[in-house]
Ligand binder design. Structure first.
Ligand SMILES: N[C@@H](CCC(=O)N[C@@H](CS)C(=O)NCC(=O)O)C(=O)O
Length: 77
């Protein structure tokens, strides 16, 4: 799993907490909101909403932290 996130983002933090509680390891991909990396084409290709966090799993991208946490709970109860 690849976690696109930013250290100072509350929604990213929320997802990191859930991943840690589940004991799941991810590849940490920093997306720096201060330098507007989330608005660049490279990240837009990952999440067209241009928001962090986003979680890539087996080539598919999950977005919106509450939905991602719900998915984590269903797949890693
Ligand atoms: N409802 C979304 C909100 C995500 C969100 O607002 N992320 C912020 C950081 S906490 C962001 O990427 N902001 C960039 C921007 O607004 O341009 C979620 O919970 O994932």
């Amino acid at each position: 799993m690849k976690l696109y996130n930013f250290f100072r983002s509350g929604t990213s933090h929320r997802l990191r907490i859930a991943l840690n509680l589940k004991g799941l390891q991810t590849q940490y991909v920093p997306v720096d909101l201060r330098t507007e990396q989330h608005l660049k084409d490279e990240f837009k290709a990952v999440n067209p909403q241009m928001l962090v966090p986003a979680l890539e799993v087996d080539g598919k991208v999950l977005i919106q932290s509450p939905a991602i946490i719900e998915w984590l709970e269903e797949t890693h109860p």
